[in-house]
Write a protein that binds this ligand. Structure first.
Ligand SMILES: Cc1ncc(C[n+]2csc(CCOP(=O)(O)OP(=O)(O)O)c2C)c(N)n1
Ligand code: SF4
Length: 297
């Protein structure tokens, strides 16, 4: 049984909602997602994570592309940018480069990320842009009414594949690990407390963090990435998994029939901003970190 299906009593829920401080991160716009969509867990997870990390609203920016997932910034009270389809990462990179102090979170669906936006991911990962990228993977194009996406399973019947999808799905975790991402994790919308913990870790990581979130589209997928299927398929990473071992992480990522939840890989190395500070220091003869913007503060 998912955590979502446990009984919730109204009185307790109201006390919790009033007292936990998460509401300050939610905007006045109620989410337009379908009832039961996994994205509700992500919205609660991001609010919980920002609250736990004590990130002020003025210091957080959520950047998205186009899709149901990409409507995310409207529902949060942080700064937000709803950009072009697939162009989330270049915009998020620009925001971070313009102001290193901001907490920048890029979000989008599997189509926005790995179809039209797929060319940007390796570069954000290898350059170690200090942002968090969360992809909400439902294995379909939800906004445009359920066509196959790059992560759709073979055999999936949709309006764009009425005779089944014959394409092999991408393995996003394997891709991110091989692109050199410094932090790679996976969570599931059906385990919202674990999801919130993973979002906290991802945002707290210094460098490019990639969180893959399995998130059912209850409207356009009744057969594949459903809660009932994922509930029995997901597993925890083995307790002896070493997140410093990239090859071990790849071995776990290769086991797609039983997706593992948790931290696959983590390493700390200089970020894109560190590199820019070094260039500025060499070019100006001033010590690293003393850029014009830093000197003004
Ligand atoms: C340049 C461009 N091409 C295609 C589209 C149509 N389009 C809008 S959202 C989308 C994909 C949405 O799927 P995904 O990113 O997985 O997000 P979801 O809706 O499932 O959350 C597509 C193809 C578009 N808006 N712009
Ligand atoms: S269409 Fe699917 S992805 Fe979009 S809001 Fe509805 S359930 Fe969520």
């Amino acid at each position: 049984m998912t955590e979502l299906l446990k009984p919730v009593y109204l009185e307790d829920k109201l006390k919790q909602v009033r007292g936990d401080g998460h509401l300050q991160y939610r905007s006045r716009s109620l989410p337009t997602w379908c009832p039961g969509c996994g994205y509700f867990s992500v919205a609660e997870g991001v609010a919980a994570a920002l609250n736990r990390l004590e990130v002020a609203l003025k210091d957080a920016v959520i950047v998205s592309g186009i899709g149901c997932a990409s409507r995310f910034p409207f529902f949060m009270d942080t700064y937000g940018l709803h950009t072009l389809h697939g162009r989330t990462l270049p915009v998020a990179t620009g925001v971070k480069v313009a102001n290193e102090k901001l907490t920048v979170i890029a979000v989008g669906g599997d189509g926005d990320a790995f179809a039209i936006g797929g060319g940007h991911i390796p570069h954000a990962a290898r350059r170690n842009v200090d942002i968090t990228y969360m992809v909400f993977d439902n294995g379909v194009y939800g906004l445009t009414k359920g066509q196959t996406s790059p992560t759709s399973v073979q055999g999936f019947v949709t309006p764009s594949t009425p005779y089944e999808s014959h394409d092999q799905p991408l393995n996003p975790l394997m891709m991110l690990l091989s692109y050199g991402a410094g932090w790679v994790g996976q969570a599931y919308a059906g385990r919202p407390h674990h999801l919130a913990d993973m979002i906290v870790e991802a945002i707290a990581h210094r460098g490019f963090s990639y969180l893959h979130i399995l998130s059912p589209c209850v409207t356009f997928d009744k057969t594949e990435m459903t809660y009932s299927n994922l509930d029995v398929r997901v597993r925890d990473l083995p307790p002896d998994h070493d997140p410093a071992d990239r090859m071990a992480a790849m071995e776990q990522a290769a086991r797609t029939a039983a997706p593992a939840l948790g931290l696959f890989f983590s390493e700390t190395r200089p970020t894109l901003g560190d590199g820019f500070a070094d260039v500025a220091a060499r070019a100006t003869g001033r010590p690293a970190g003393k850029t014009k913007a830093a000197r003004k503060k």
